[in-house]
Each structure stands twice: as C-alpha cells, then as structure tokens.
Design a protein around this ligand. Structure first.
Ligand code: KG4
Ligand code: ZN
Length: 362
C-alpha cells in the first residue's frame, strides 16, 4: 500500500510517499520545502508568513512527491496528515489539503500526532525488515518544541513519563546559538562548534564525555554551567536555568572584555544539555527496563547526543534506534510511517478533522 503523507506544523512543508510491504515501511519520496531562509531574517518562525509559504508550496511538493515515487494518485491507498501540535495556521494548510484530496479520490484519511510522527521516523527502512519494534519500548523526543520521554505499549499508545518543565532542548540551542552569532536554527552549527571545542579541550578528535570531564577546560570556573536534570522521581528537565546561566556567563565575558572561546563555550553548553538528557534517559531505562530505546526529533541529529546515548544503551544492553539525520527534522515520511499504524489501529479521520495547536494526550 502507498501512503501519501503531509506535514506543515511549523516551518517545513513536506509531502512524502511511504510504501508498506509485508509489514516493512519504505520511503519512496520525502520532499521538504524549508522556509528557514525566510524566517532567518526574523531570528525565528513568524506564524503568518509560515502559513502563507505552506499554501504556496503544498501543491507543487505533492506533485514532486508522487513523481519521485513514480506513482499516480490513483495508486495511493491512504492519506496521512499532521493534525497537532504546532502553529494553528500552518497545520490547517496540510489538514485541509489532505482532507480535500482524500474526499476527491475517495481515500481513507488518518490524523497524526507530530510527536508520534517523529518517533515513527524510526520505523522507516529498517535494515533488518519489519517496522515498529514489537512490545513495549521507551521513546525520547528531543526537538525545537519538545523534550520528553514516553513509555509506549504500541506505536499508537504511549504515556509521557518525563518532560521539560519549561524550554525544549532545541529552543535552548537556538536561543544561546543566536547570542554567539549563529544563524537560526542554530542546532547544526552549534553541534559543529562544540565538536571543535571538545577536540580543543581534550587535544584529540571525538573524545568521550568522560575524557572531557577530566579536562582543564571542564574545570574552568569561568565556564561553569548548571545541569538541567531535575532531582525527583520523574525523569524531568528544565532548560531555562541552563539558558539563563549561559546568558549571564556571556554577559560576564562581554563586561570584563575577556576573550570568549566560542568552541569551548559551545562544548560546555552541549555537555550539560546532552548529559542531562542522557542521565534522565538512563534513569527511565533503569525504571522501565525497555528492550528498545527510540530517539526522535530535530535534536536527535546532534552528534554528541547520539554518541552519548549509544554509551548509555550499550551499558544497559538496550537496543537503540535513532533515525538517520535526514529523518530527524520535520518531514512527511515520518507522518506516513505513523499514519500506517494509526490506520492499522482503525483510527480513521473524516471531513470533520480539525487542526489543534496544543499537545493532546498521547
Ligand atoms: O523536530 P524539529 O525539526 O522541529 C520541531 O518539531 O521542533 O526540530 C528542530 C530543532 C531546532 O531547534 C534545531 O536547532 C534542532 O532541532 N537541531 C539540532 C541539530 N539539528 C537540528 N540541535 C542540535 N544539534 C543538531 N545537530
Ligand atoms: Zn518536529
């Protein structure tokens, strides 16, 4: 079965064709029209501009997605679309487009939760065949809007077991990145700068976090930052304290005229953010003893987080699934993957489907 999927919750318009064959899910096309260049001017996403850009792009990218997959609309068996959470005006574009397409071609329609969609990126093109892991699993979602851990009974049924009390990790990277002169969204460049910083601090390529912790750079009191891991039972986070401390640190450097090493600062900030996520994930693994950990969201592309989570999962003998970096950010193929499971579970939508800005209970 071919699934035609749509995503327009933020600043990427995407259409994809996912093929389900014998329980495995394959990406046949995944077209993404990014609006990053437009929003960069303003240092963040401007909702009205995003909605307009989605309208302008959606028809063209749908044609491209079908063309690249080498199929006609008549061969599509299911339409999937992100219905929540996100920017309401942006979400409405793909929801209405998908609804009219499904009605015109008499196709079943499924609504997909954007967060579950991110997790669904892990079900695509699995080398060992199959799609979602069978049985319960743990999922870590790290994106521009979310930082949360979920315990899943199945791809469609999951419960949040920990979350950030304030900012998301991606938002923290973007905001602090902006203060050190990185263009929006800062995540990928922050990652590269931190890589340089870790190598400088340890005088070697790709040092481990343990090696970095022993370095003189880590002990430098001028670079001290607090950990965003929160004490208590729930594996929760708070990134606003880390963000404020980083802003104060940068102000201090500015006021005293001391030269700031941007790579060493990026390394320190990344260390604290990633270490907290890894520690809380480790706590959740100990508590729930899952066979598999799935990681998802734009920040799952972070090379330091990927390495650190490999260490955690190896030590706990837990299987780790992380999508390739090209499927970590917003894209429609992941919506198609999740849409397949919503369809299997009988969660069909109809012409009354509406978009919703807020998170709904997973
Ligand atoms: O999942 P996503 O595309 O959108 C949301 O649903 O929020 O995530 C976007 C976020 C941005 O904050 C971006 O800076 C961050 O993911 N990001 C990264 C990296 N690549 C993207 N953060 C850290 N390291 C990266 N390599
Ligand atoms: Zn997203």
């Amino acid at each position: 079965m071919y699934i035609l999927a749509f995503e327009s919750s933020c600043d990427e318009t995407s259409a994809a064709v996912v093929e389900a064959v014998d329980g495995a899910l394959h990406v046949r096309s995944d077209i993404i029209a990014s609006q990053v260049e437009i929003h960069r001017l303003y240092g963040g996403v401007v909702p009205e501009i995003a909605s307009r850009a989605h309208i302008e792009a959606i028809y063209r990218i749908t044609e491209q997605a079908l063309q690249q997959a080498d199929i006609r609309i008549g061969q599509v068996g299911l339409v999937a679309v992100t219905s929540h959470p996100g920017l309401i005006g942006a979400l409405l574009v793909a929801v209405n487009f998908a609804k009219s397409l499904a009605a015109r071609h008499n196709l079943p329609l499924v609504a997909v939760d954007h967060i579950k969609g991110h997790i669904g990126a892990n079900y695509l093109d699995r080398p060992e065949g199959g799609a979602a892991p069978s049985g319960t699993f743990l999922a870590l979602v790290v994106s521009g809007g979310h930082t949360a851990l979920y315990r899943a009974q199945s791809p469609t049924k999951m419960t949040m077991v920990g979350t950030t009390r304030d900012d998301a990790i991606g938002e923290a990277f973007d905001k602090i990145g902006r203060l050190i002169g990185l263009p929006y969204p800062a995540g990928a460049q922050f990652d590269a700068l931190a890589q340089e910083g870790f190598a400088m601090a340890c005088d070697r390529e790709n040092p481990t976090f343990a090696q970095y912790r022993k370095s003189a750079a880590y002990r430098d009191p001028h670079m001290a930052l607090p950990s965003p891991a929160l004490p208590g039972d729930a594996p929760d986070f708070s990134f606003s304290g880390l963000k404020t401390a980083a802003m104060n640190l940068l102000h201090r450097y500015e006021q005293t005229g001391q030269p700031l090493s941007r790579p060493l600062f990026a390394a320190r900030f990344t260390y604290e953010a990633v270490d907290a996520v890894a520690k809380q994930t480790d706590a959740a693994i100990r508590r729930y003893a899952p066979g598999t950990l799935l990681v998802a969201g734009g920040v799952a592309a972070n090379s330091h987080l990927r390495r650190r989570l490999c260490e955690v999962c190896e030590a706990r003998e837990v299987r780790l699934l992380i999508p390739p970096p090209c499927l970590c950010g917003d894209n429609a193929a992941m919506i198609g993957a999740q849409g397949y499971y919503e369809y299997q579970a009988g969660h069909l939508a109809d012409s009354h489907l509406n978009a919703c800005a807020a998170d709904e209970a997973l």
